[in-house]
Design a protein around this ligand. Sequence first.
Ligand SMILES: CC(=O)N[C@H]1[C@@H](OP(=O)(O)OP(=O)(O)OC[C@H]2O[C@@H](n3ccc(=O)[nH]c3=O)[C@H](O)[C@@H]2O)O[C@H](CO)[C@@H](O)[C@@H]1O
Ligand SMILES: C=C(OP(=O)(O)O)C(=O)O
Length: 438
Amino acid sequence: MGTFKIEGGHQLKGKIQPQGAKNEALQILCAVLLTAEEVKIDNIPDIIDVNKLIALLEKLGVKVNQLGKGSYIFKADELNLAYLESAEFKEDGKGLRGSIMIVGPLLARFGKGYIPKPGGDKIGRRRLDTHFEGFINLGAKFRYNKEELFYGVEADKLKGTYMLLDEASVTGTANIVMAAVLAEGTTTIYNAACEPYLQQLCKMLNRMGAKISGVGSNLLTIEGVDELGGTEHRMLPDMIEIGSWIGLAAMTKSELTITNVSWDDLGVIPSVFRKIGITVERRGDDIYIPAHKDGYEVQNYIDGSILTIADAPWPGFTPDLLSIILVVLTQARGAAIVHQKMFESRLFFVDKLIDMGAKIILCDPHRATVIGHDFKSKLKATTMTSPDIRAGVSLLIAALSAKGTSTIHNIEQIDRGYENIDERLRAIGAKIERLEGN
Ligand SMILES: CC(=O)N[C@H]1[C@@H](OP(=O)(O)OP(=O)(O)OC[C@H]2O[C@@H](n3ccc(=O)[nH]c3=O)[C@H](O)[C@@H]2O)O[C@H](CO)[C@@H](O)[C@@H]1O
Ligand SMILES: C=C(OP(=O)(O)O)C(=O)O
């Protein structure tokens, strides 16, 4: 288990470039399974989850050729489908959430897709019903081995149909879209997730020869085609990283420029940070955050009632940034409620922040009220363990703003999604050290 040692209380300064998007990469990498031709992908982040998925694709027979940092060519012309029934796959497939998205492409192109119950953050129930109901709608036979927690779908030929998803699941929509592009006839998906990474996937599939319309809306229409060809694709910057750096700048009163953020794909993210008093300035395609020398003040609603920041499917606010918002609120002027509607175990890390001196009331597993200190009292350094990727980064931000030296264990959770985070933070002045193998 790796550890970070962090000396808090230092102001940071400079520029930081967000990595390629983790959650886009996981979708896009699975899509290479849809064609026998070469697919070139750029801006792939070098993070644990993505590297695990690339290793899994390689074991499945995909030819992987790394051209340079973040740049790869994939060719899925001769697959080793026997791997899907191996004991090794049952282990590998569990290692991350994103592996679930190999099922749709495999089902569509080879008539069968298997997956063990996938991993990912332990942040509450993470059901897969939407994925499998979608495949069943397309005509697949479904089986689930309860002892082995192993899912399987099979079909000779998928058939397009209309479906109304029971929830706008991100990976669920991606999976169903990847199955439907090679189905016979037209598939219509209503209540589809429509966040930018899914739009990126649809655009890439269209470049490969798919016929998807409605991209960016929650109503997708997909005319099935017989086969797809190769393409080139570049990953967007990671919007969750961008939000993390906005929070980091505010909490450490630092002047930071976050470069090449693809501003138009950030949705409500900048405005939510503005609601809690942070100045987020657009400079071309960069975000400039001035040093908040006098702190930041939470806005109330027009009628004076207390602000609630809640997550919702896109274009609502992403649940992955609520942990960051929560930690930033601990030093705001004013109070707000954080309402994590999607995941029921994602707010439990607040006990660590309370230990550090933050004023937080966990009202129930989904809601926390935060009363900011307005920097009149600093958080105190402590020793903590990163429970999940975003809580991990939130604790890291808390540690960087705190008085004294903190220790964060289980930093593999952070490395799952943030590339080389300690080196990049040191480059802007953070005092952070990685202690290996503790
Ligand atoms: C690898 C990947 O891309 N992971 C992301 C993906 O996970 P993932 O695709 O697994 O998440 P889903 O979109 O399926 O939903 C996440 C959770 O929210 C609930 N839910 C979802 C939709 C809805 O309308 N109402 C609702 O309550 C689901 O029941 C589920 O428990 O999307 C999540 C939601 O943005 C993000 O937190 C994850 O980082
Ligand atoms: C919850 C997340 O990831 P995953 O779905 O891979 O667990 C996340 O990226 O915040």
